[in-house]
Design a protein around this ligand. Structure first.
Ligand code: ATP
Ligand code: MG
Length: 266
């Protein structure tokens, strides 16, 4: 028989996990979320609807959302930000980084434990980051951990106990691979996280990062790039773009350095 005390102590038990998780999420969002295009805000709004749906509708105790897109497009930072910007009492990150050094069966137990812990809380959010790496998927020979896959497949689709609600947010750069493993369809919703493909979005990022002191340097740089990149489609992940800005910042000639890096790449 479960007593009220047991229930309360169970809630106590899951609290420390929440503390650890928020630090992990902070690491993922150290660079913040730059609204470089309307699509960023739209994506966050869409995701927030799922957060509210789980919170408010008793008919959907389980909602899952897969963020997929090219490597470095910002999936982890977006998932972590969604996790931070809500009032769920239980929020936890399952990431390849947190599984380093664990054997396959320890990985299975660690993942199962996080889901079991979440069932003790009335409202939970679990981010399952970088799923293909959690599965230790490698393109050569298409190898992966089948036991981790089966565990995730079950847990992502498993209804939480009565009165409990759960939102699962997954991320992947290999949506096609996950589709072949029936993993993509395990998620009830999907959002595509796109790379940066317009100069105005690129300019918004570079300006937000404060690369130059003068506005005219930005204008000159992007006028140059517009000429160079005319009729040349480009696509760059926010992660890489921010890295390029930081590399350029170290150079005495920031202007040429940034311009050359972009021009050489496309
Ligand atoms: P990977 O495919 O390697 O897992 P990823 O898609 O998960 O990469 P992140 O690790 O989230 O990408 O890197 C995105 C970086 O860009 C983070 O440092 C984040 O703070 C920063 N960032 C700035 N603006 C945005 C934005 N609008 N969306 C996403 N990330 C952003
Ligand atoms: Mg990531």
């Amino acid at each position: 028989k479960i007593l009220r005390e047991d229930f309360l102590s169970a809630l106590e038990e899951v609290k420390p996990a929440f503390g650890i998780a928020s630090e992990e999420f902070e690491q993922c969002t150290a660079n913040g979320i730059i609204e470089f295009a309307p699509s960023v805000r739209e994506l966050m709004q869409k995701a927030h609807l799922f957060v509210e749906q789980v919170q408010q509708s008793s008919r959907s105790p389980l909602v899952s959302l897969l963020l997929h897109g090219p490597s470095g497009s910002g999936k982890t930072a977006l998932a972590a930000t969604i996790a931070q910007r809500n009032s769920y009492p239980f929020v936890k990150l399952v990431s390849p980084e947190s599984m380093i050094g664990l054997t396959e069966s320890q990985r299975v137990s660690a993942i199962t434990k996080i889901f079991n812990d979440s069932y003790k809380s009335p409202l939970s959010l679990i981010v399952v980051d970088d799923i293909e790496r959690l599965l230790e998927w490698v393109p050569i020979g298409a190898r992966f951990s089948n036991s981790v896959l089966q565990t995730l497949l079950v847990l992502i689709k498993k209804q939480p106990p009565k009165g409990r609600r759960l939102l699962v947010i997954g991320t992947t750069s290999e949506r096609e691979v996950l589709a072949q493993m029936d993993m993509a369809t395990a998620f009830s919703n999907e959002i595509y996280v796109e790379n940066i493909g317009t100069l105005s979005a690129m300019q918004a990022v570079v300006q937000h990062a404060d690369l130059f002191d003068e506005q005219r340097d930005y204008d000159r740089l992007f006028a140059d790039l517009e000429v160079y990149l005319e009729n040349r489609p480009f696509s760059i992940g926010i992660k890489k773009l921010l890295l390029l800005v930081e590399t350029a910042r170290q150079d005495p000639d920031k202007y040429s350095r940034f311009k050359n890096e972009i021009c050489n790449a496309y």
